[in-house]
Design a protein around this ligand. Sequence first.
Ligand code: KG4
Ligand code: ZN
Length: 354
Amino acid sequence: MKEKKTTLLAIETSCDETAAAVMECSGGLKNPRFLLHSNIVLSQIKEHAPFGGVVPNIAKREHTKHLPGVVARALKVAKIFDPAREIDALAVTVGPGLEPALWCGITYTQKLAQEWNLPVVAANHMEGHLVSPLLGKKRFDLRGRSNLRFPALALLVSGGHTELVLVKNWLEYEVVGRTLDDAAGEAFDKVARMMNLGYPGGPIISKLAYKGNPRTYTFPRPMMTAKNFDFSFSGLKTAVLYTLRDLEKEKKKYSKADIAASFEEAVVDVLCAKTKRAALEHGARTILLGGGVAANKALRLRLTKIFGAKNVALSPLSLTGDNASMIAGAAYFHVLTDDFTNWKSLAANATLAL
Ligand code: KG4
Ligand code: ZN
């Protein structure tokens, strides 16, 4: 197993962020360390916002247009002038995600792999979110040792996924719970749309919730007490819709902030109750939090309160959303086990599981 320094160039185009990062990884599976040299993220939010969600063909068009520039910038910021010699491997997200968007990153990586004669890791987007809490400097002590202990339990909450993953070790994952319908981020986005707040809804709702009273409306906590670790958010979303409809029908004055706060409280209650039960059942020693919804302050605070600050590893706020440094982090584990994919056989897998 190689424990020497590995410099990776990672590319991420699974959804609406065109991203590239250069990261130096070392320490091996036992004590992985990450030094981020560059992390370029170009958001397409402005292009998709008028449609209230991500439009796959627009995502494809924008990735195609911007990826070469984003990669060039990532190399420049990292002061890499001769990639064929200075980069050890490439990494690209092959799934899960939007197929036309994933292919943009893949075809460009194929071109680079051929040109620079570099090996490629086919990276899993969710493994990226899972690794993202490790990328914060606070996760390491003065000697650079991570204080993460196995088994760990990861709560991954994004626009497309809501999963509880038992992490027995790096590369040894077991999904113990998942959403049966909407993902947590999707529920935030849909509730925001109901109140015409704009896209993406998560950051807008959580900002608004801060000013509201979470006890104004008692929204359902779907499956909170069910004896499994699965989630369901579509009933909660519908309950918000009916409440809004009734309020408007009765021409009652209401505060959007109170709706947002009550909705957010219900989501946080369910996510945290399930995480707590799964952690107890599986003897988890560290809780990891990653994915776009990991930016939610109420969720971060509640998890920290339940488990204690030293037992939770939260994705740094700058890396909760999609980025390529998390893809480099996940890819490093695969480099260590020589898990490379021939560039010719790289393919998008929209529903790739962990
Ligand atoms: O991981 P991500 O950037 O993209 C996917 O892989 O899906 O997650 C995006 C999701 C969106 O649904 C967005 O509304 C949500 O993360 N989000 C938030 C917050 N910031 C982003 N949800 C709740 N609170 C936030 N502060
Ligand atoms: Zn994501």
